[in-house]
Design a protein around this ligand. Structure first.
Ligand SMILES: [Mg+2]
Length: 207
């Protein structure tokens, strides 16, 4: 059986937090509400949209904010987003070592597919698994579905939040946390990933 590496998408493979945060904050303006600061929003990226809005808005406004986001983000998701430096090369190298590669994201699959394609990563990945109406990370479901789609044995989960670390561990994978995304080093350390790194190249040395 092939071995697999499962990656989170936003803040891990793709520098996409700027576009997410911009759309998230835009929705407040669209509803005549005051938007929270960029920094406070960044810290919540990785949760489902409704859960993110619930952190900043009264419950009665959450559905309208999420709907506004879903109008705005599909038109702006690639304005500033780019793969992090070295990501296409790293995925190519892992492939050449025989690994099956998947994304497991809290985004819905249709939007995740569009982002992956726009970033030029579609051919570098064997599967893109979004969270479509089942339990989101830190539950292991999206990771397990990605592995099932690959038909491969999971080895590593790579992500930028404690949710990724907890989900990966719950799915029976070793966990590799990267420090350039949503959660800072201190926050990630509390989740006790197997590896905590400020680059992805380290992944090659622990395989
Ligand atoms: Mg992330």
């Amino acid at each position: 059986m092939k071995r697999a590496i499962v990656f989170d998408l936003d803040g891990t493979l793709v520098d996409s937090l700027g576009d997410i945060v911009a759309s998230f904050r835009w929705a407040f303006g669209a509803l005549g509400l005051e938007a929270p600061s960029e920094a406070t929003v960044v810290a919540e990226v990785g949760l489902p949209l409704e859960a993110m809005y619930a952190r900043f808005a009264p419950e009665g406004a959450v559905a309208a904010l999420a709907a506004a986001y879903r109008r705005h983000y599909p038109r702006h998701f690639a304005d500033r987003s780019r793969p992090f430096p070295g990501v296409p090369e790293l995925l190519g190298e892992l492939r050449s070592r025989g690994y099956a590669l998947a994304v497991a994201t809290t985004k819905r699959s249709d939007m995740a597919d569009r982002l992956v394609a726009a970033m030029g990563l579609r051919d570098a990945l064997d599967h893109v698994q979004g969270t479509d109406g089942f339990a989101h990370k830190p539950a292991p479901d999206v990771v397990l579905r990605a592995l099932a789609a690959l038909g491969a044995e999971g080895e590593w989960m790579v992500g930028d939040t404690v949710h990724d670390v907890v989900a990966g561990r719950a799915a029976g994978l070793r966990t590799y946390a990267v420090t350039w995304g949503t959660h800072d080093e201190q926050t990630l350390r509390r989740a006790r990933p197997d590896v905590l790194a400020d680059d992805l190249q380290g992944l090659m040395s622990v395989l």
